[in-house]
Design a binder for this molecule. Structure first.
Ligand code: BDR
Ligand code: CA
Length: 315
């Protein structure tokens, strides 16, 4: 069976798990990455673009990368998560430089690609694996964005599970809670991949060793950054296994891993001790919250990261 090609826009804050998600996506034959926006989160938006372009170059792929918002709506970037992702966002690993970022800001590139595909055989899907600032800006530029695009898949939130940057909040939502609330309320066909499910699917030291043993610069770099990422998770989860936050969202967006979904009305808490919490709320917009994913997820993601090269694998 031939799977129809899906034009996909990726918005990210690259980031170790963003790097794994990107390299996974580059190997999916039916995914056509038509643009990448970066946003401040794990690292500032400009450095996230540098990291993204470097990974693309190592895979010998040309995808436009556009730098997006440095600061969250109504606030200021607070310096990322060097204790999780290293001082450069990718575990302190040095990568050879890639192509410089596009001139357009990320939100403009997203709107342009959404319009370009809106009347074609397949609308643009969007995968957001960082804070939602660029999407909120894009909504200001083009309020019809939810109608123009297909599915928006978001890695973010902690709905019934605990948070990871506070007892109740997840990093991507917490870093720009106002943007998250606007995006949730905007009327997208929206799938949320929260910590509740991403903590259930992990890579361990054996995965890092497999990447490193592949021996080529890309996979040695990914193996090294994964190993450092696992070091961090050992300090918080007391196991040497790192959650596949962004790669799992990517595999669900690509349709390669089946999700179990619970449609839930959700709101985002603004201010106070629970700032950034994604909370079930009767008057909130209904969101398809992923609560479980197929057991094969880690295997599917690992196989593609081990295979990715200059052209997509053939199905
Ligand atoms: C999310 O926040 C970032 O640290 C990760 O890249 C992921 O997108 C997990 O809470
Ligand atoms: Ca991310």
């Amino acid at each position: 069976m031939t799977v129809p090609t899906v034009p996909l826009f990726l918005d990210c804050d690259t980031g170790v798990d963003d790097a794994l998600a990107l390299t996974y996506l580059l190997d999916v034959p039916h995914v056509d990455l038509v643009g990448i926006g970066t946003v401040s989160g794990n690292i500032d938006a400009a450095t996230a673009a540098v990291n993204t372009a470097a990974l693309l170059a190592m895979c010998e792929r040309a995808v436009p990368v556009a730098v997006g918002a440095h600061d969250p709506i109504g606030g200021a970037y607070r310096g990322g998560a060097p204790h999780v992702h290293g001082a450069n966002g990718i575990g302190g690993v040095d990568l050879p430089p890639g192509v410089a970022a596009a001139d357009d800001p990320a939100a403009e590139l997203l709107v342009r690609q959404a319009r370009a595909f809106a009347d074609g055989p397949r609308k643009l899907d969007v995968l957001a694996i960082g804070p939602l600032t660029n999407l909120a800006v894009a909504l200001e530029l083009e309020p019809r964005l939810p109608e123009l695009v297909g599915t928006l898949t978001i890695m973010g939130g902690a709905v019934w599970d605990r948070g990871n940057v506070s007892p109740t909040a997840e990093a991507n939502v917490h870093n720009d809670a106002e943007a998250a609330r606007r995006v949730l309320r905007a009327g997208f066909d929206l799938v949320l991949v929260p910590l509740d499910v991403t903590r259930q699917h992990r890579f361990d030291d054996a995965d890092a060793a497999r990447f490193t043993a592949a021996g080529d610069p890309l996979r040695v770099a990914l193996g090294t950054m994964l190993s450092r990422y696992i070091d961090f998770y050992e300090t918080v989860d007391h196991v040497r296994r790192a959650p596949l936050h962004d790669p799992l969202a990517a595999a669900i967006a690509a349709g390669e891993v089946g999700p179990t979904v619970r449609s839930t009305p959700l709101d985002v808490v603004l201010g106070g001790a629970e700032h950034g919490r994604t909370v079930p709320a009767a008057d909130g917009p209904s969101v398809r919250v992923v609560v479980a994913a197929e057991d094969s997820a880690a295997d599917v993601i690992r196989a593609r990261i081990l295979a990715v090269g200059p052209s997509p694998a053939r199905a």
